[in-house]
Design a binder for this molecule. Structure first.
Ligand code: ZN
Length: 166
């Protein structure tokens, strides 16, 4: 079966209606179907969507950023953390030097200890997307080979940092 590249705008809210994120006013998102470029639940729900379709897609946490894992909440001596200065609840920083180190969130500070939450900020949150499909086209051979969508008229990889030479 051929695979498509889908371009869409979205507004993301939690089940209480709070705005979490939106592409409105910015660049729409393009992705290759089934390539893991967007969360699975949204990818599945948009299969076969027509250009111009406006759709509400509800994605349970398990198919979005996963359920919360309480073992990811840990107490650490502040002196051991790679940060300078004061830490306050809500602060986020990378828990290591390399590019793929997870982002952790400070949930509490007690004396010289800091309580850190390594869960994704949207873990355990059911997501409600309002999506407008702007474009659907067949993926190019190059996109299938790279495993992601290419942006723009020129086609190549220039607009994103996938590291390939498209
Ligand atoms: Zn590429």
């Amino acid at each position: 079966m051929s695979r498509n590249v889908v371009t869409f705008h979205y507004t993301l809210r939690d089940p209480q209606g709070r705005l979490l994120d939106t592409s409105a006013g910015g660049q729409p998102i393009s992705y290759l179907e089934g390539a893991g470029q967007i969360i699975d639940g949204l990818d599945e729900a948009l299969r076969g969507a027509a250009v111009g379709a406006k759709q509400r897609v509800e994605v349970p946490a398990a198919k979005a950023y996963g359920e919360r894992d309480d073992t990811q909440v840990q107490r650490v001596l502040k002196a051991l953390l790679p940060v300078e200065g004061d830490l306050n609840p809500g602060d986020q920083f990378k828990a290591g030097e390399d590019a793929f180190a997870p982002v952790v969130t400070v949930v509490g500070v007690e004396g010289d200890e800091v309580i850190l939450d390594g869960n994704h900020p949207l873990a355990g949150v059911d997501l409600v997307f309002d999506v407008e499909v702007l474009g659907v086209r067949a993926a190019s051979a190059e996109e299938l080979e790279h495993g992601h969508a290419h942006q723009g008229e020129a086609g190549g990889c220039g607009n994103h940092d996938c590291g390939c030479k498209g």
